[in-house]
Design a protein around this ligand. Structure first.
Ligand code: IFM
Length: 413
């Protein structure tokens, strides 16, 4: 891969790294997802089980990230480990994450810390999860504990991961736990997540005024499948509003940076499927696709970046990745998406980081262990890690962008 040193404008302290989440990599969790997995609804009836064994092997995994040229790493703290019972904090679990943070700093990897990535303690599930307003205060108490115990080791905070995906999968399509098909519950959950984010933002800033707090917002590029078709255009506007815009409008004034998780380009074609599925995404048959059948459309990242320009906030790509077991797509996928970031920066957008999803292969929620998103392959029998060729290509890209900075003037982040 070649980066033109005359055109690259990545800021000097640009964050290059990869992301994971606790439940997907740690192993041996005990939360609402592990309970739900017992129902046998995950593909091939898999359960997250020991996952990648990352809870024990984090040092080995961070050493790989370092070797791969990263200077940042996004991970999540598992609430159910920290507070297994209401108000009872597990000091050993807190100490574990302290060691995680210390190790990241030792290696020169800037931590981006997610406080909630889809999973809830079982006692939260039992009280109605995010539909219960009490969960907001409970979340605040957990955030306060992290702020007090670990805050001195954290600058970049991600309060919530993809709250709109969580609510639509959990409360509208019933694809994920708690498997409701109820618009009122979805509304209660998303409203409570807005309030929980705002509360977390205040709690963090009260103690750590210089902290940078954001959300990992899942933003899709929606298009009208038939550009001149009024119903498709209306559908595009409707989907864009509810999936992308509504949440941002509610929370942008409490985000110091916008985290963007970009995966999807959806050309929408009006088709009445049912009250919980109002449209059918239509992937052109010839379009390149991941192993999950998701269209690969780097231009969409550029469009999404442009769409958030009015918020005038720094941006971090908090996730962007591809399921690609034989690694024939990933290197070009990263190159082409990073090129969109480059383009955005050159056109005045303040993008400060890119986290590939994911550092490791991991437990992909209802799809189980089959999708392979990792820069590093995991053998789930032996837990052996093997660096994929695309991870080296990403490393090269990072090096070239860093080199090109020294020969070009860069904006400061
Ligand atoms: O694995 C997920 C992650 O937990 C949230 N963002 C999308 C990823 C790929 O589906």
């Amino acid at each position: 891969m070649f980066v033109d040193s005359r055109t690259s404008r990545f800021p000097t302290n640009f964050l290059w790294g990869a992301a994971t989440s606790a439940h997907q990599v740690e192993g041996n969790n005990h939360n609402d997802w592990t309970e739900w997995e017992k129902l046998g609804l995950v593909k091939s009836r898999e359960q997250s089980g020991r996952a990648c064994g990352h809870y024990e092997r984090f040092r080995e995994d961070f050493a790989l990230a370092k070797e791969l040229g990263h200077n940042a790493h996004r991970f999540s703290i598992e609430w159910s480990r920290i507070e297994p019972r209401p108000g009872r904090f597990d000091l050993a679990a807190i100490d574990h994450y302290r060691q995680v943070l210390v190790e990241l700093h030792r290696l020169g990897l800037e931590p981006l810390v997610t406080l909630w990535h889809f999973t809830n303690p079982i006692w939260i599930r039992n009280q109605g999860g995010w539909t219960n307003r009490r969960t907001i205060d409970d979340f605040g108490r957990y955030v306060q504990a992290i702020v007090d115990q670990l805050g001195h080791l954290i600058t970049h905070w991600v309060t919530l991961n993809e709250p709109t995906v969580y609510t639509s999968h959990g409360y509208i399509s019933a694809y994920w736990p708690p498997q409701k098909k109820n618009y009122l519950s979805a509304w209660q959950a998303i409203r409570n997540l807005v309030t929980a984010h705002r509360l977390a933002y205040q709690i963090i800033h009260r103690r750590w005024p210089a902290a940078k707090v954001g959300v990992a917002n899942n933003l899709n590029d929606f298009a009208a499948a038939r550009p001149g078709h009024l119903l498709d255009q209306g559908l595009r506007a409707w989907a864009d509003f509810w999936h992308n815009r509504w949440w941002l409008n509610q929370t942008y004034d409490t985000q110091d940076f916008l985290g963007i998780n970009y995966y999807f380009h959806h050309p929408l074609r009006w088709r009445w499927v049912g009250p919980t599925k109002l449209f059918a995404p239509q992937t052109p048959p010839a379009a390149p696709q991941s192993d999950l059948g998701w269209e690969i459309y780097p231009t969409g990242l550029g469009l999404v970046l442009e769409s958030v320009r009015p918020y005038q906030l720094p941006i971090i790509i908090s996730e962007n990745g591809v399921a690609d077991a034989d690694d024939h797509l990933r290197a070009a996928f990263i190159r082409d998406h990073v090129a969109q970031v480059d383009h955005a920066i050159r056109h005045g957008l303040d993008v400060r980081g890119y986290c590939y999803w994911s550092l490791l292969d991991n437990f992909e929620w209802r799809e189980g262990f089959t999708p392979r998103f990792g820069l590093v392959e995991v053998d789930y029998h032996t837990l052996k890690r093997t660096i994929r060729p695309s991870a080296h290509a990403y490393r090269q890209l990072i090096v070239q962008h860093s080199r090109s900075r020294s020969s070009s003037s860069s904006p400061t982040a």
